[in-house]
Design a protein around this ligand. Sequence first.
Ligand code: NAP
Ligand code: GDD
Length: 326
Amino acid sequence: MATKTALITGITGQDGAYLSQLLLEKGYRVCGVSPRRSTSDVNLSRLEWLGIRDDVELFDGDLSDLGSLIRIFEACHPDEIYNLGAQSFVQTSWSQPVLTGQVTGIGAVNLLEAMRILAPEARFYQASTSEMYGLIQEPRQSETTPFYPRSPYAAAKLYAHWMTVNYRESFGLHASSGILFNHESPLRGLEFVTRKVTDGVARIKLGLASELRLGNIDAKRDWGHARDYVRAMWLMLQQDVPDDYVIATGVTTTVRDMCRIAFEYAGLDMERHVVIDPKFYRPAEVDVLLGNPDKAQAALGWQAETSLEEMIREMVDADLARLGGR
Ligand code: NAP
Ligand code: GDD
């Protein structure tokens, strides 16, 4: 069988790196969209960490620039397109709402347009999110639960989600959305709460810091491992018929308890180190998320394989190794 080509936006991010690794293992040619930053250096740290930096092809482009995407399609001829690129930090979406709308919302439509014009036979994955449930309308959220976004990020993602559905229904594109609940790893950005905690624990353990400042630790999330979740993305594009799927563990935990797991693993008492700082509260909070992954299990044969405890231990170990110079 000829090698398939995958095009990934957000290839330098957490999921982009793990997805690249998975697709390379499956024999794909992997191409990525690389937006221009203040220097010509691209953030390759995650691809380097996985040892695949030289195995992917990067193309200059930006989700907010349709012309750049068209050029990339002409150069790489993708069979599968994974739209993972986004301004993905919820807190920042209040301070940069327009950029978040342009990249996270309209960016997806730019990519769908490029596909409709140049690669209508390709398959498309949209990185939708549990944040779209926001102020939850059902205790366990499934594909049929109504959405209620609570941030500019979630509103932008909801637009991208419905445009993916619309391009599927209007133009017959093979376009699927994964409604992914929070997923983490040692490659998670430092600003997200799990990584902030595991990095903070490692700093305290190594004597580099004495406190960790957090916001609302009563919030609850359904946390899984990014390595498991990128497998679900790929599975969705192997189905004959495009569709939307919730990807979650089915377990929800408070930030407080997640934090306790990390501190206890390092032999530390969280009560002595965690300081609540209102600076990290959000203008509108998503109090609780809990996903129902039954459809993904039945249709894709997918289920989460890593527990929260295992993942947090892996993240603490990785941060201890990084900060300890190992
Ligand atoms: P991430 O680590 O923040 O990565 C985001 C990626 O998007 C980075 O590669 C970034 O490039 C790229 N990007 C930012 N602006 C761009 C632009 N204008 N044009 C092209 N690319 C751009 O996010 P992640 O955790 O891997 O998540 C992947 C996707 O899944 C995102 O769309 C996120 O919103 C969504 N999602 C994530 C979760 C989760 O829990 N992780 C859950 C549900 C949905 P730079 O490296 O150059 O900044
Ligand atoms: N980041 C952060 N920093 N969050 C904190 C802190 C803190 O100091 N203290 C408490 N929290 C709470 C937040 O208020 C939120 O309720 C929860 O921890 C999780 O925050 P994040 O880790 O920033 O993730 P998120 O749930 O807002 O968004 C992530 O998951 C979404 C899927 O549900 C991101 O990856 C989104 O891109 C993704 O769509």
